[in-house]
Design a binder for this molecule. Structure first.
Ligand SMILES: Nc1ncnc2c1ncn2[C@@H]1O[C@H](COP(=O)(O)OP(=O)(O)OP(=O)(O)O)[C@@H](O)[C@H]1O
Length: 259
């Protein structure tokens, strides 16, 4: 059966001044999958995420999202695309002067006809979906632990019932227990809501626990895509070191112990 492509990138080029980050980059993301995006530091994983999420335009190439040209459409068409996607940044990127509930309500303010009471109820639902206790809604970001801030960032990314969520290093800085709880949360949300997840990570445990497919950024493009088993067969030096190094072996041991 043909898979439904929700994000299609072709010939993408991103550069800052003379520094070319991506050149002729192609990638397809399928509906309902959790795609793990990996690559050495500075290979442009975050830049790619921001580019697809509409936060910076590429210098060249095509981005199609939900079958629509996301670069050359009207502003209202782009807004409609954006409303179907949510982004969670590394540190949650929450507004420090707003409570968690108010943060989660921010994207809802763009939706006409939602009363303040409805926004509040919906925000509480998203806060619960992200695994936070009800009381967290009244807290300010500075009053939360790092893990709770990430969950609050996830609740905000889920605010508009997105079909795609972008997660930038969701487990960075979490202790192993917090990280594996977050992995379970992502997996659960993806399975229960049919979410497509574009997940930038360095975390091999997260790749094992949540990702059906992996895309490797190297040499300015997506060099390999495939399952974890496919990655183990790749003989590119960085890919081999990453998937066969000591940390990879430890992650594999953990996975086998849990299975
Ligand atoms: N706004 C910017 N202005 C200039 N250069 C930038 C900007 N944003 C990113 N870069 C450069 O683009 C390159 C890719 O950055 P990016 O943050 O996407 O890498 P990454 O793969 O996510 O790295 P890491 O794994 O270390 O987080 C880096 O060399 C970075 O310095």
């Amino acid at each position: 059966m043909e898979q439904d492509v929700v994000i299609r990138l072709r010939g993408l080029r991103n550069q800052f001044g003379a520094q070319v980050i991506h050149d002729d980059l192609d990638l397809d993301v399928y509906r309902g999958e959790v795609l793990g995006v990996v690559g050495g530091s500075g290979t442009g994983k975050s830049v790619l995420l921001r580019c697809i999420a509409g936060l910076r335009p590429p210098q060249a190439g095509e981005i199609s999202i939900f079958g629509q040209d996301a670069l050359h459409c009207s502003e209202s068409a782009r807004r409609a695309i954006d409303q179907r996607m949510g982004v969670m940044f590394q540190d949650g990127a929450l507004f420090s002067s707003l409570t968690v509930r108010e943060n989660v309500e921010v994207p809802m303010r763009t939706v006409p006809g939602l009363s303040a009471a409805m926004r509040r109820d919906l925000a509480d639902l998203k806060i619960a979906m992200a695994g936070l206790p009800y009381i967290a809604g009244d807290k300010y970001p500075s009053e939360l632990s790092g893990g709770m801030r990430k969950r609050a960032g996830l609740a905000r990314a889920l605010a508009l019932d997105p079909e795609i969520v972008f997660l930038d290093e969701p487990t960075a800085g979490l202790d192993p227990i917090g990280a594996s709880a977050f992995d379970e949360l992502i997996k659960g949300l993806s399975q229960s809501m049919g979410l497509t997840v574009f997940l930038v990570t360095h975390d091999l445990d997260t790749l094992h626990a949540t990702c059906g497919r992996i895309a490797v950024l190297a040499e300015k493009r997506v060099m390999y895509t495939g399952t974890m088993s496919d990655m183990l067969e790749v003989d590119h030096p960085w890919v081999h070191e990453y998937f066969h190094g000591p940390r990879a072996r430890a992650a594999l041991d953990t996975k086998e112990r849990i299975a």
